[in-house]
Design a protein around this ligand. Structure first.
Ligand code: ATP
Ligand code: MG
Length: 415
């Protein structure tokens, strides 16, 4: 994409009412635009990142035999009455539809998926099933001051699993844990994201969180650096050592919950009479699990962690483009060479943001490039062209090197 055609521009400053690093950097660099507290539009660069994150999640869900669907955002009150959650869930957005009908904007989808899947499950032969969506969720959060970390409208992947028995659920649940850790690894947060023992009794086996350690996190976790797990503050009181290895030396950290998985057991199958006929012809309740992962919160968390004083440092797999090609060419012949390189790189499948803007100083182009945070910066100028070369610099490093244009593609694809 040509930067001269990008309708967004970088900003030097944004409102001081945005204290979080992710909101500051994402808005200044033109990835998102805030409409009101907790509500953001995704701009061309931002949508590319969100889509990449969601495609990683989609790939990993498909490997877990997940079947993708898309449920509605609008939900009828009746479904929420059936689970007794209409009055209990304080963040539920409620509204009136035509004919004075009470509706909710979906904060989660157990109330919809359970009766939906129930239409198709009759016998044990129809199970297990794994169904997921990646969708916009609505929650009327009391505070929404941390940019993408806490939205009132945000993106979530929610997977639901349906089993004939608890053992089958347990096995699937463990696979999901491994998959979640791989997703966070691919998104560049592997080091700082911990499987976290969350709620219920002593180290409940019914629910786990995935917490990423970061300054604007709203949770406190106690991290065991030996076995890479964490314990939620709410339950640390019960036990002061690591439940896995007994280590007493736990480190208190602020963290944000990027994922949360639950063994729902029969909670929702009972509410909606979701049952199957077993081998003996007896009716049995379906055993359920649900697995949430906030894709927009994940995007905010990446920025919270991977940045420096100049801007964002995107990990490769989620970066909006692979390469930021910066042209400092002035003469017609040089400009032509820069255009040619832009086309050549794209032809071999390299995603390029091409800073072809005329009349913008080199210093400004470099500052914008650091702010936007594309992993590889390539500068083409009269000086580099005199050596048939370009200057290549990784965003995360301070040193640059000259690479011959003929060897550039090979260099970019080296890892
Ligand atoms: P929190 O405790 O942070 O409010 P939660 O426990 O209410 O989150 P869940 O219902 O477990 O959230 O939702 C699943 C996932 O959706 C969370 O782990 C998180 O990644 C994401 N998520 C939840 N609320 C928000 C929000 N307001 N903005 C962005 N992402 C969110
Ligand atoms: Mg949660």
């Amino acid at each position: 994409m040509k930067q001269s055609q990008l309708f967004t521009k970088t900003k030097k400053t944004i409102s001081e009412q945005e204290p979080s690093i992710n909101a500051q950097l994402l808005e200044r660099a033109g990835f998102v635009s805030k409409l009101m507290s907790g509500v953001y539009s995704y701009l061309p660069l931002g949508l590319r990142v969100l889509t990449k994150i969601e495609n990683i999640v989609r790939q990993e869900m498909n490997k877990l035999a997940g079947q993708e669907i898309l449920m509605s955002g609008l939900q009828p009150k009746e479904n929420w009455l059936q689970t007794q959650r209409w009055d209990k869930v304080d963040i539920l957005f409620k509204l009136k539809g035509a004919g004075d009908r009470d509706l909710a904007l979906g904060p989660t989808h157990e109330e919809i998926i359970t009766p939906l899947v129930g239409q198709y499950i009759q016998s044990y032969k129809d199970l297990p099933q794994y169904v997921y969506q990646i969708q916009t969720k609505f929650r009327n959060e009391a505070r929404a001051k941390s940019g993408l970390l806490r939205g009132r409208e945000f993106r979530m992947k929610d997977l639901y699993s349906f089993h004939t028995n608890e053992k089958d659920l347990d096995e699937y649940y463990d696979k999901v844990i491994t998959t979640y850790l791989r997703i966070f690894e691919r998104c560049g947060l592997g080091e700082l994201t911990y499987l976290t023992f969350a709620s219920g009794g002593i180290f409940s086996k019914y629910s786990h969180e995935f917490q990423t350690v970061t300054q604007y996190g709203e949770d406190i976790v106690h991290v065991c650096l030996k076995c890479k797990i964490a314990i939620n503050k709410e339950i640390i009181a019960d036990q002061s050592s690591c439940p896995v290895c007994g280590n007493q030396d736990l480190k208190e950290e602020k963290a944000i919950e990027v994922g949360n998985i639950f063994k729902l057991m029969q909670r929702f199958s009972d509410a909606f009479s979701l049952a199957f006929t077993d081998k003996e012809g007896k009716q049995q309740p379906v055993v359920m699990g649900c697995y949430g992962l906030g894709t927009s919160r994940l995007m905010g968390s990446i920025v919270e962690i991977l940045h420096d004083e100049k801007g964002i440092i995107w990990p490769k797999e989620v970066a909006p483009f692979h390469v930021h090609l910066i042209s400092l060419a002035r003469e017609e012949a040089e400009i032509e060479k820069a255009e040619q390189l832009y086309l050549d790189l794209q032809r071999v499948g390299i995603e390029v943001l091409y800073d072809d803007r005329a009349g913008v100083q080199a210093g400004q182009k470099f500052a914008d490039s650091d702010l936007i945070g594309i992993p590889l910066r390539i500068v083409i100028s009269a000086k580099t062209l005199a050596q048939n070369s370009v200057e290549v610099k990784e965003r995360a490093k301070s040193t640059a090197e000259l690479i011959e244009i003929d060897k550039l593609v090979e260099f970019i694809n080296r890892d």
